[in-house]
Design a protein around this ligand. Sequence first.
Ligand SMILES: C[S@@+](CC[C@H](N)C(=O)[O-])C[C@H]1O[C@@H](n2cnc3c(N)ncnc32)[C@H](O)[C@@H]1O
Length: 492
Amino acid sequence: MSVRLTGNFTRLQSSYVTRLFPYQFSRFGFQIARQSTVSNPQPQNDKPIAENELGTFLAETIKAKGPLSLAVFMRQCLTNPHGGYYINKDPFGMGGDFVTSPEISQMFGELVGIWHLAQWMQQHRQPCRLVELGPGRGTLMSDVLRSSKPFRPFANAIKEIYMVEASPTLRGMQHKKLCGSTPLEQVSDKSLWKSVTNYGIPIYWTEDIRGIPNDGLSNFITAHEFFDALPILQFEKVLDDPGASSMLVKDRQSSWREMVVDYMVPDVKSQESQIILPNTTVIKSTEKSSTADAKPVFQLVTSKIASAAARIIPKSHPRYESLPPGSKFEVCPEAWDITEKLTSYIVPNEINPKRGGAMLFVDYGPADTIPINTLRGIKDHKFVNPFENPGECDLSTDVDFQALKIAATRHHGDHVAVYGPAEQGDWLHTMGIGARATVLAQGQHTPEGKKRVEDAYNRLTEKSGGAMGRLYKVMGIVPKSQPIPVGFGGDI
Ligand SMILES: C[S@@+](CC[C@H](N)C(=O)[O-])C[C@H]1O[C@@H](n2cnc3c(N)ncnc32)[C@H](O)[C@@H]1O
C-alpha cells in the first residue's frame, strides 16, 4: 500500500448533524450520521491527504477510480490489514470502545450454551462441532464450554470448535483465554490455525466460513454482534427526470441508485437542507465554513449512474422493489450469504443422514422492517461520525432479521425452520436467567458482589426505553423436523 501522511482535516464532518438512535443506550453514547445528496463531484485537491494512513489510501483510491461502494469503504475501515479497526486492537470493555453482553456477565454465554445443549438433546445426540462467528475476546465460547462441562454426553460429543475471526489480535486473545499455554499452530493451509482448549477439545481459527468443513458433524453455531459488523450497501430510489418537477411524483419514472462514498469538499448548504428528517435532532455546525476554505471529507453521496448492484439488488425481493420514490434502504449481502451457506451445515447430508445442528444469532435491528440509514461509528462509548478517521472507530449497522430469515429459507426452506427474532430480555428470561442470577448472587459474599450480579441481570434484560433487553434480538434456526426451540415458545 502506498500511503502518505502529511496533513490534517478540520473536523467539519462531525459538526453537521447528530442523530439520536434508540440503539445508543446499548453502547452508551450518541450517534452522528450524515448524508449528502450531492452527486459524485470529484475531489478538489490534487493530492488527497486524510487524517490517517488508511484515510489517505482511501482518498487516493477515490481520486483515481471514483467513489467507492459503501461496502468497500466499510470493509477497508473494519478489516484492512494495515489499519482496519478490528485488526490491531482490543475494542471491548470500559477501556475500549464498547461493551457487549458476554462481557457484561457470564450468564449470557452460559444460557447460549444451554440453548445449544437443549437443541443437541432434542436431536440425535450426534458428534458435533461448535462454531462461533466474530468471537471478540472469546468470553462467550469460554462460558459456553464451562456451562456444557457438567452435561457429560454433550461435552463428550463436541469433537471440535471453529472460530471465525478476521482480527489477528482478537484471535490471539481468544486463543489465550481458551487454550492457555497450548501453542497456536498454523495448519498447512495458511488461513487456518489450530490449538487445543483447556478442556482438551481441538479448536481451529479461520478468517472465513469457507474454512469450516461441511462434513458429517452436526454444527451448533453462534453469532453474537457479528452481522452488525459486516459491510452494507445503501440504495435510494430517485426520480429520473429532475427537470419535470412540476409533474406529480406518481407520474414520474424512478430508478434505484447506490449510495457511494466520495471524498469531496462538503456542500454545506445542500447538506443542511437535506438532513432534516423525522425524529432527527439536528445540531448546526459551530464552525463557520465556506466552500473556499473547507477541506475534502469522506461522505455518502447518491451515485449518478445505476451501478450493477443498484440494478439487481432492489429487484431481488418485493420488499425493496415496492418502496416508493425517495425511499432508502440498506442490505448486507455478506450476511445473507453467510446465513444461507451455514444453513446447509445444520441439515442432514449424504455423509450423515442424521446430521443436525442449530444456529443462534443475537444482534440489534428491527424485528420486521428494513433498516434505513443506520450506519454509525462507535468510539470511546459514544457514537461518532462513521466517515471520519477511517479505521479508528467501530462501524456498525442494524441487522435486517427478516432478510436473514429469507436467506436461511431461500434454498433450505424445506429443511430448516426460523424462530424469532425474540427480544433479548424475553429470551433470557425463558432460558432461566432469573434463577441463574439468584444462584450467582447467593454465591457472592459481599453486598458489592451481589449488586454486580443484580446490575448485570438488569442490564441484559431491562426492556424500558433503549435498554438491551428490548433492542437486542435473538433468532434461532433449527432443522424443520425439530420442535419449537426453548426461548422461542418451546420447552427444554
Ligand atoms: C462487535 S464484535 C463482537 C464480539 C463478540 N461476539 C462479543 O459480542 O463480545 C465483532 C466481532 O466480529 C469480528 N469480525 C468483524 N468483521 C469480521 C469479518 N468480516 N470476518 C470475521 N470476523 C469479523 C471482530 O473482529 C469481532 O471479533
